[in-house]
Design a protein around this ligand. Structure first.
Ligand SMILES: [Zn+2]
Length: 57
């Protein structure tokens, strides 16, 4: 369940169905004082399913 507000710089997310991988190069910033400007934190979906965080070791 990848939402923009918990995606961190350098994280890689993968779609288990098609193999698409995306890397976060810039984190989302939520400004509490500017509520109207904040993005709605919704799941990133590919092929109809939430993208999953790729664990690197
Ligand atoms: Zn996909």
């Amino acid at each position: 369940m990848a939402r923009c507000d918990d995606m961190r710089e350098g994280d890689v997310y993968r779609c288990e169905r098609c193999g698409l991988e995306i890397e976060v190069v810039e984190e989302c910033s939520h400004d509490e004082e500017d509520a109207d400007e904040t993005c709605r934190a919704e799941e990133f979906v590919c092929c109809g399913e939430p993208m999953t965080l790729v664990e690197e070791d």
